[in-house]
Write a protein that binds this ligand. Structure first.
Ligand code: IMP
Ligand code: MG
Length: 187
């Protein structure tokens, strides 16, 4: 059940969330990352590997800000967890052909928390011998992952709290929100 009480507070399942990052701020960050990628790859072709499900809003907005020849592939990385904690075990599934040999690859992630998911995705993609392999993530929790994984393009560094919206979910709800909300512990 999703219930809006006002514009800035919303309820998803048993928890309340408060507006944290606006759609305008997200748009600015996505534009900045798109410009950075466009400049860095200097007209080379890029393959974006989109990590389902959370990254789809980020991916569809970002690729329109990238002015390079580019391809899209999709994978799913399930961490066998529900709610607010990942279980630590990651299973990677492909949905598309993915010949990455000799390609410049950028993995599109919604959020890097412990970094475990993205690390296992990188190890998996590395075996396909790409020419280069980088990560673009909209959100990074630096205090949690503590630099254990190299994130090349980062939209926002955030504190170690739980967020939803713009693709990110709490038990599958909240992905469709245009703004990002943070867990409101005190309500
Ligand atoms: P990891 O800890 O970096 O492996 O993150 C695992 C996954 O947990 C991410 O890909 C997200 O799907 C999810 N996750 C981590 N932090 C959040 C959050 O604040 N909100 C929603 N999902 C999150
Ligand atoms: Mg999730």
């Amino acid at each position: 059940m999703t219930m809006m009480s006002n514009n800035d507070i919303l309820q998803l399942h048993d928890k309340q969330f408060k507006k944290f990052i606006t759609r305008e701020q997200i748009h600015d960050a996505v534009k900045r990352l798109g410009a950075q990628i466009t400049a860095d790859y200097n007209a080379s072709e890029v393959v974006f590997v989109v990590v389902l499900k959370g990254s789809i809003l980020f991916a569809t907005d970002l690729i329109r800000e990238v002015h390079l020849p580019c391809r899209l592939e999709f994978i799913r990385a399930e961490s066998y967890g529900t709610g607010m904690h990942s279980s630590g075990k990651v299973n990677v599934t492909h949905y598309t052909g993915m010949d990455l040999t000799g390609k410049h690859v950028i993995v599109l992630e919604d959020i890097v928390d412990t970094g475990l998911t993205v690390k296992q995705i990188l190890a998996h993609l590395e075996e396909m011998n790409p020419a280069s392999l980088k990560i673009a993530t909209l959100f990074l929790k630096p205090e949690v992952c503590k630099g254990t994984v190299a994130t090349h393009y980062v939209g926002f560094e955030i504190s170690p709290l739980f967020i939803v919206g713009y693709g990110l979910d709490y038990n599958e709800l909240g992905r469709n929100l245009a703004d990002v909300y943070i867990l409101h512990e005190t309500l």
